[in-house]
Design a protein around this ligand. Structure first.
Ligand code: ADP
Ligand code: MG
Ligand code: MG
Length: 251
């Protein structure tokens, strides 16, 4: 599904190398987790995959189902099935949440040559997904993320994912700022979408989310590289001992 090869990325504004050779392959239907200390480049990796400005790829590349991701505009990546749930979701004044969802969904369908969803079908879809995530009608009516609590913003990211049904879902610390109940809702939302044709890259600081979303593979990222890869037990090891042992072992 997603193949990242020797990806090197620096900032556009200053000569600072952030990703220093990331190699990662996520197979269709699999859930991969990335853990790692603050500042190791996890968010940068997700931004570069999604097409955020301000970064320069100096070496290597990334493909989504064999298509060159880095060659595409952000909206083309989204239409191709890439989705990023932001670590820090932005508020969008003046754009209603429903309008946002509908424009995104129908824009992507159009780009793929699929018919647009009519109002009735769209409403039905959003209402069903919102209910599962305990997102109120009021939150659907308000501008995107305006006045939402931290946890509500994160749940709204998962609502977008549930409505858009992307193939490659990247979640950047969606668990941070969530209480246990909200984390369970988010995990249920992710698990409901698990499918043989859909893959997940779950970036998280803590092991606890991975109690609810069982990963197939766990990677540890530090200083711009994946330094260790293992099974779910690797996340438990981090939970118990922190990153120091792994960092020392690799050094
Ligand atoms: P993580 O998500 O693992 O905490 P980030 O990708 O946010 O890490 O950041 C990796 C490193 O790159 C950090 O040292 C961060 O300060 C730096 N960095 C990322 N984006 C920028 C930027 N736009 N300007 C300056 N430094 C940045
Ligand atoms: Mg961070
Ligand atoms: Mg981050």
């Amino acid at each position: 599904m997603l193949e990242i090869k020797n990806l090197h990325v620096k900032l556009e504004e200053e000569d600072k190398q952030i990703l220093k050779g990331v190699d990662l392959t996520v197979e269709a239907g699999k859930v991969h987790a990335i853990m790692g200390p603050n500042g190791s480049g996890k968010s940068t990796l997700s931004y570069v995959l999604a097409g955020r400005d301000g970064y320069v790829v100096t070496e290597g590349g990334a493909t989504l189902e064999d298509a060159d991701l880095l060659d595409m505009e952000p909206e083309e990546r989204a239409a191709a099935g890439l989705f990023l749930a932001f670590q820090y979701p932005v508020e969008i004044p003046g754009v209603g949440n429903m309008t946002f969802l509908r424009t995104a969904l129908n824009g992507q369908r159009k780009a793929r040559g699929e018919p647009e969803l009519n109002s009735a079908d769209f409403l039905k879809l959003v209402r069903a997904k919102a209910k599962e995530l305990q997102i109120s009608d009021d939150m659907l009516k308000r501008p995107v993320n305006m006045g939402f609590s931290g946890g509500e913003k994160k749940r709204n990211e998962i609502l977008q994912m549930a409505v858009l049904q992307p193939k490659m879902c990247i979640l950047d610390e969606t668990d941070s700022g969530l209480d246990v109940d909200a984390m369970k809702l988010v995990a249920d939302g992710v698990n409901a979408l698990r499918d043989a044709g859909r893959s997940f890259l779950v970036i998280t600081h803590y092991q606890r989310l991975l109690n609810h979303i069982q990963p197939d593979v766990v990677h540890i990222m530090a200083d711009g590289r994946i330094i260790k890869t293992g099974g779910p037990e690797l996340a438990l090891e981090v939970e118990e001992n922190g990153y120091t042992d792994i960092l020392n072992e690799v050094a």
